[in-house]
Design a protein around this ligand. Structure first.
Ligand SMILES: NC(=O)c1ccc[n+]([C@@H]2O[C@H](COP(=O)([O-])OP(=O)(O)OC[C@H]3O[C@@H](n4cnc5c(N)ncnc54)[C@H](OP(=O)(O)O)[C@@H]3O)[C@@H](O)[C@H]2O)c1
Length: 337
């Protein structure tokens, strides 16, 4: 059975608190000169929390920002425009728990000839109990893991994220960032008996699955980076943990737990604007040109859990993920990378 690092959300939250006192090695590297005029950025889950703050900062730095959300269209986009002072912001509908929605979203970007310089896969959920999606997966598995596999595969295949295979790589490589959590450290190896199946769970297992799915996704993006970047870097693929952030991530927790967690969050966690800084650094800075598979924990370069880097694990996860995608989605287009 898959296991995560924490089965208690309060312990997990307090553990995040101690991270705030660690030295932030690269924190002075992001400056006002790191502008992205003319570049196009996608942020999923940008109507709330960290994603909203990232969208504001990318717009402020001159980017054309596409906010991919399932709610608050157009209000959240109007708010980003107001806070950033930029009109170069648009919203598109995307529900990552629905295959149809993922396809229409990706086809829409292709039809409109969008070329993404920066793709930030930020959307995520922390569910207190299992919910089944219309394609038969558990929702946290779908939103936090499989949808990111599908979105990145479709956008690479269509050349919406420019790359050598689609023949439209630009001078500076495109970047994909996956927003992870350092709570992935210590989670178990991928459990292929459970993989993609709907298995009911409650609050404590929900917390474990949250960190475990982050490990699964980190392993996938490490494998994607290996496949795309043998030799020189074609697409920079990076993973980051923003540290503890005061957001709506626990909005679905039971009433009492939610209020305890919200209390901890509001007193000791960082604001989304502060937590967005290292994400924006990794997304825009020239420090990462020609590099891939970096992992930042806030402003600290770190190693992910050692299992994430195991080549056999990466290959197996890639194959199992593509197999699963094909089995649930008639429109699956498996990338030949
Ligand atoms: N908060 C932390 O301490 C912390 C720490 C480490 C990592 N993270 C990661 O940071 C990322 C952002 O989370 P957050 O803390 O900013 O929480 P948040 O405020 O709840 O934001 C999560 C975003 O994901 C979106 N989302 C959820 N399910 C979706 C779906 N089916 N389709 C499309 N969008 C969906 C949410 O949309 P709705 O508003 O419609 O629900 C929201 O915009 C997540 O990946 C999370 O795991 C957070």
């Amino acid at each position: 059975m898959a296991e995560g690092r924490f089965d208690n959300p309060v312990v997990a939250a307090l553990n995040g608190f101690f991270d705030l006192f660690r030295k932030q090695k690269l924190q002075n590297r992001l400056t006002g000169n790191d502008m992205i005029d003319g570049r196009t950025c996608l942020v999923t889950g940008a109507n709330s929390g960290l994603g909203f703050a990232i969208a504001v900062e990318l717009a402020r730095r001159g980017g054309h920002v596409i906010m991919a959300c399932r709610r608050q269209i157009p209000e959240a986009g109007e708010k980003v425009k107001k806070v950033s002072g930029s009109g170069n912001v648009e919203m598109r509908y995307l529900d990552l728990s629905e295959l149809e929605s993922i396809h229409s979203f990706c086809e829409g970007l292709k039809k409109d000839r969008v070329q993404l310089d920066i793709t930030i896969l930020n959307a995520g959920v922390a569910l207190p109990k299992a919910r089944e999606t219309s394609s038969g997966q558990e929702e946290m598995f779908m939103v936090n893991y499989l949808s990111n596999v599908i979105v990145s595969s479709l956008l690479l295949k269509a050349g919406v994220i420019p790359n050598k295979i689609s023949g439209n790589r630009k001078e500076h490589e495109a970047r994909i960032l996956f927003i992870s959590s350092d709570s992935h450290q210590g989670s178990s190896y991928v459990d292929y008996d459970e993989f993609g199946k709907f298995i009911p769970y409650g609050v404590s297992k929900g917390m474990e699955y949250y960190s475990y799915f982050k490990l699964v996704a980190n392993t996938f993006f490490t494998e994607l980076s290996r496949r795309l970047n043998a030799g020189e870097v074609d697409v920079g693929i990076h993973v980051i943990c923003p540290g503890p952030v005061n957001t709506n991530i626990v909005k679905e927790a039971p009433w009492l737990l939610r209020n305890i967690l919200k209390g901890i969050f509001s007193i000791i966690f960082r604001s989304p604007a502060k937590a967005a800084e290292p994400v924006v650094y990794l997304a825009v800075s020239d420090d990462f040109v020609g590099r891939s598979n970096e992992y930042l924990h806030m402003f600290n370069p770190r190693k992910m859990d050692p299992k994430v880097y195991e080549v056999e694990e990466g290959i197996r996860l890639w194959e199992k993920s593509m197999e699963l995608w094909k089995s649930i989605d008639k429109k699956a287009i498996i990338p030949e990378i």
